[in-house]
Design a protein around this ligand. Structure first.
Ligand code: URA
Length: 224
């Protein structure tokens, strides 16, 4: 007999499975960041040794931008250049991200840019679930402190980990989700789009990213 999931799959219906172990809400065994201010949070990130990535980093990459931003952009993890400079999205993908933001009227310094991970994974491999969990409270507290009006998740890793699903990014695009972290009650509209590094390899997808950015604009300016 088919299970419910298999049955729905046979019918061509996507089954969204919530991931128990990849979530950001397993902060109970970790230090609690919920009451920290910006300076305390930045110190805690800078001295973090919660996962093995700390041993290979040049420095942590906390995030950059406007602490009262309307829009928060969340990517995957620092790459080599970010690890060197201590700032997210400073390589070629960062240049493209800046252009994407400008297309919807934002200068880089007007938004806040952060990543799922604050340390660079070796050879830029995908973050491991335990690394995402170890870093989760930091991002949660950043989101809570900023309380943005919208979140733009760039790339599969950010989108899947923020929304706690395994859905391919191509299927996640085109909807507005409600992000609700484990530490705060407020839901924040979240739009998913392709990672600028992917766009550099697949420039034909730029049109879709443009549509996603227009959706961000509609969320931020519903009356326009
Ligand atoms: N890619 C990311 O997801 N984040 C960065 O900071 C740089 C590249």
């Amino acid at each position: 007999m088919l299970s419910r999931g298999e049955y729905l799959k046979e019918l061509g219906i996507d089954v969204w499975v919530e991931r128990a172990t990849h979530s950001l809400d397993t902060h109970t065994q970790l230090d609690d960041e919920s009451g920290l201010d910006w300076a305390e949070l930045a110190d805690r990130v800078a001295s973090c040794t919660r996962c093995s990535l700390h041993s290979g980093r040049q420095q942590t990459v906390f995030g950059v931008g406007n602490q009262q931003a309307q829009l928060m952009v969340i990517g995957e993890a620092p790459g080599a250049e970010e690890d060197k400079q201590g700032e997210p999205f400073v390589g070629r993908a960062g240049q493209l991200l800046n252009s994407m933001l400008r297309a919807v009227g934002f200068e880089r310094g007007e938004v806040f840019i952060a990543n799922i991970l604050k340390c660079r994974p070796p050879q830029n491999r995908d973050p491991k679930p335990e690394e995402v969990i170890a870093c989760g409270n930091f991002l949660e507290r950043q989101i809570e402190l900023i309380a943005p009006s919208a979140i733009l998740a760039v790339g599969r890793i950010a989108a899947q980990n923020l929304l706690k699903v395994d859905t391919p990014i191509g299927k996640m695009r085109g909807k507005t989700y409600q992000f609700s972290g484990s530490q705060h009650g407020k839901e924040i509209p979240e739009i998913v789009t392709y990672h600028p590094a992917y766009l550099l390899r697949s420039p034909n997808e730029k049109r879709k990213v443009w549509q996603d950015l227009q959706a961000v604009k509609r969320v931020l300016e519903p009356d326009q």
